[in-house]
Ligand binder design. Structure first.
Ligand code: 6PG
Length: 480
């Protein structure tokens, strides 16, 4: 049997495309394996140019790989991944490398890395973004795992990754689950970005009466400026599309119930545990949930809305306001996402270089966007930046957009157009910059009913007020 330099397990569309990508690079011979051999054979038959080494059992797969063996698993995250890892560890040897390229939950990756390492085998959880097209032509790759594994894996992954401004979109993110953690946050930001763009579309459509095809032109125009990104580009394509069956804009015949595979939910659950407000991402997840409740939506369809219709006097000015509101909200989504990365890195002891993450998101991945360079620059200028939104470039960007942002959120509220991501991003921004927050009232309430104590602005210590007495007495207490 021919010796292969790398193997791929799991030949659904992502795995097939990644295997073809690997095979297309100089010096690679790729072994392929799938639970059902028909799929393995048909991939090899459909792509003779790839010169795949087909294997029908895990033993054959292992025997086909040169040592140290490297295999990338591309199966549905969850139990399937564990089954494949178990099978591979049976036939692999110490020093070999198993890469999980699926969308695994990072805590599973931490566990798997520990278990596989105990057998002397390297385990790398690698987030891979870019969908089918990215897997084939160059994804953005976020590998975790050990530095030793990265030494072998780095050149292979660099050879298949997308290239942005001459640099491959891959970096060793950190140990064990760091790669999948960062991929999860990438997806969270993806959710927020998609929701924000969808809200922008809705506002423009309802506010100006432009058709989807006309709004597509607006997005094409936006894509030449600071909003330039893959998601704006593909949204224009979606809006241009006409349904072959009815002749209507396709967007009008697609059922308005958004699905999800879980990475957005994981991001929010994780952020809640870490105490990081990722409100833009959370609203995007909830917006999908609201859309997917047909019975509630039908029951609520006749609830009262605003009495006056939404009338936009100057359509061009309104569209420009929406563009600015989208840009400002997008900055918040990224700022919150990077806050979650910082918190995760602290919690799990990962040395994650934020600027490098922004760099590897510039190409290949779903959230690739022009302004990622600005994020890299912001962290290069100030590695200890406490919040991305406070970097001078982004502060200036918000200064130039915030009036429009406020007008858009206000008119959306007045006209009854749901803009949860726009609105929550603005509320977060105002919360962050407020000199005093009503959190003092919450602390008072907590101390009143539960003696939960509070701190004071004018002296150190922990205090409790004897509320039922003369209500002025304050005592210093030990914190509890
Ligand atoms: C990517 C995508 C990819 C996928 C997710 C999102 O980076 O290539 O994020 O991982 O499309 O599964 O899917 P849902 O919207 O279904 O959660």
């Amino acid at each position: 049997m021919a010796q292969a330099s790398i193997g791929v397990v799991g030949l659904a569309v992502m795995g097939s495309n990644l295997a073809r990508n690997l095979a297309s690079r100089e010096g690679n011979t790729v072994a392929i394996f799938n639970r059902t051999f028909e799929k393995t054979e048909s991939l090899a038959t459909a792509h003779p140019e790839a010169e795949f080494v087909t294997t029908g059992t895990y033993e054959e797969f292992a025997a086909s790989l040169s040592k140290p063996r490297t295999a990338i698993i591309m199966v549905q995250a969850g139990k399937g991944t564990d089954a494949v890892i178990d099978a591979l560890t049976e036939v692999f040897e110490p020093g070999d490398i198993i890469v999980d390229g699926g969308n695994a939950l990072y805590t599973d990756t931490i566990r798997r890395e520990r278990d596989v390492r105990a057998k002397g085998i390297n385990f790398v959880g690698a987030g891979i973004s870019g969908g089918e097209e990215g897997a084939l032509n160059g994804p953005s790759i976020m590998p975790g795992g050990s530095a030793e594994a990265w030494e072998t894996l780095g050149p292979i992954l660099r050879s298949i990754a997308a290239i942005a401004e001459g640099e491959p979109c891959v970096t060793h993110v950190g140990t064990d689950g760091a790669g999948h953690f960062v991929k999860m946050i990438h997806n969270g930001i993806e959710y927020a970005d998609m929701q924000l763009i969808a809200e922008a579309y809705d506002l423009i459509r309802q506010g100006t009466g432009l058709t989807p095809a006309e709004i597509a032109e607006v997005f094409v125009e936006w894509n030449t400026g600071e909003l330039e990104s893959y998601l704006i580009e593909i949204t224009a394509e979606v809006l241009k599309q006409v349904d072959a069956k009815t002749g209507k804009p396709l967007v009008d015949v697609i059922l308005d119930q958004a699905g999800s595979k879980g990475t957005g939910v994981w991001t929010v659950q994780t952020a809640l545990d870490l105490g990081v407000p990722v409100s833009g991402i959370a609203e995007a997840v909830f917006a999908r949930a609201v859309s997917s409740k047909p019975a509630q939506r039908a029951a609520a369809a006749n609830l009262p809305g605003p009495s006056t219709p939404f009338v936009v006097a100057d359509k061009e000015a309104f569209i420009e306001d929406v563009r600015k509101a989208l840009y400002a909200s997008k900055i918040i989504a990224y700022s919150q996402g990077f806050d979650a990365i910082v918190a995760g890195a602290e919690q799990y002891g990962w040395d994650i270089k934020k600027g490098d993450i922004a760099k590897i998101w510039r190409g290949g991945c779903i959230i690739r966007a022009r302004f990622l360079n600005r994020i890299t620059e912001a962290y290069a200028e100030n590695p200890g930046l406490v919040a991305l939104v406070t970097a001078p470039y982004f502060t200036d960007a918000i200064a130039g957009t915030q009036d429009a942002w406020r007008r858009v959120v206000a008119s959306a509220a007045q006209s009854g157009i749901p803009t949860p991501a726009f609105s929550s991003s603005l509320a977060y921004y105002d919360g962050l910059r407020a000199p005093r927050l009503p959190a003092a009232v919450v602390q008072g309430q907590r101390d009143f009913f539960g003696a939960h104590t509070y701190k004071r602005v004018d002296m150190d210590g922990t205090f409790h007020t004897l509320w039922s007495g003369d209500r002025t007495e304050v005592s210093a207490v030990d914190s509890h």
